[in-house]
Design a binder for this molecule. Structure first.
Ligand SMILES: Nc1ncnc2c1ncn2[C@@H]1O[C@H](COP(=O)(O)OP(=O)(O)OP(=O)(O)O)[C@@H](O)[C@H]1O
Ligand SMILES: [Mg+2]
Length: 256
């Protein structure tokens, strides 16, 4: 076990020199119910970073804060050094943060083609958008066969591919993914994770929440464990994978 790269934390995580994304001392509440207590985490350019934790620990809320869908009560979210909490979601998307949201949120009545192009709605570089569209068809041959099919009629795995393709169409510098393998068969879980690894090697930085923690840590560089709204552990993915306490608490059979 590589204990040197695994740290137990009290919300005071190791700082990174120049992270692409940084959450600093984030407190969040829904009305009287506090969900985050001093959350600190960062994602460096080029990394896949995985956020683990049990149900209701505040993982999706973390994603919503980054995307500007929920406002933290205290703390700062910085993207490329700039404070972004307070900006609207469209402004945050324009800065270069894309998302694959919980439950995919495919536009059910739109065709596959229209769904993909919606991912580029904020872009003005029409020529580059057309190039990216062609790249998506090469990356997702199954979608290419179904361009005129309505999004809502795709299988779960196909919808997940479409959600990822739609996010890539925005040419984001960071993609936030909330449980990209949720509800997929083991074959599709492997496919989606392999795809995430592939797009990471193409230069995309990825921050993801994943219930398939053992599999996710196999493709991630680093991970954080959120428990009742606090980061209780962080480290290199291999160190987390080999930590018996983490295995028992979060990575065991059927436990997120
Ligand atoms: N809009 C909301 N209003 C009130 N409470 C909310 C709202 N959204 C989430 N919560 C509560 O905040 C807590 C954290 O929710 P969140 O969705 O972030 O958890 P999660 O870690 O993503 O859980 P899961 O693994 O089940 O997806 C939960 O107790 C949830 O009920
Ligand atoms: Mg969630």
């Amino acid at each position: 076990m590589n204990t040197a790269s695994l740290a137990r934390t009290n919300g005071q995580n190791a700082a990174s020199t120049n992270p692409l994304l940084e959450l600093k001392d984030i407190d969040t509440a829904y009305g009287p119910i506090q969900v985050h207590f001093g959350v600190n985490l960062h994602v460096n350019a080029g990394e896949i970073v995985c956020l683990l934790g049990g149900n209701a620990s505040g993982k999706s809320t973390t994603m919503k804060i980054i995307l500007g869908l929920v406002r933290p009560r205290a703390g700062a979210v910085r993207f490329d050094g700039r404070v972004i909490n307070g900006l609207t979601t469209p402004q945050i998307v324009r800065l270069g943060i894309g998302s694959v949201p919980e439950s995919r949120r495919i536009f059910a009545q739109m065709t596959v083609r229209e769904n993909l192009l919606m991912g580029a709605y904020h872009r003005r570089d029409r020529h580059a958008v057309a190039e990216d569209y062609e790249r998506m068809l090469a990356l997702f041959p199954r979608l290419k066969e179904r361009l005129q099919q309505r999004g809502g009629t795709l299988s779960g795995g196909e919808q997940q591919m479409l959600a990822i393709g739609r996010a890539l169409m925005g040419r984001p510098r960071l993609i936030c993914m909330d449980e990209p393998t949720m509800g997929l068969s083991p074959l599709y879980v492997d496919r989606v994770l392999a795809l995430i690894q592939q797009i990471n090697t193409q230069g995309y930085t990825i921050f993801m929440v994943e219930q398939n923690a053992n599999l996710a840590l196999q493709i991630a560089h680093r991970g954080y464990v959120l428990q009742n709204g606090r980061i209780v552990m962080e480290g290199q993915a291999d160190a987390l994978l080999n930590d018996p306490e983490i295995q028992d608490a979060y990575l065991g059979e059927g436990v997120s």
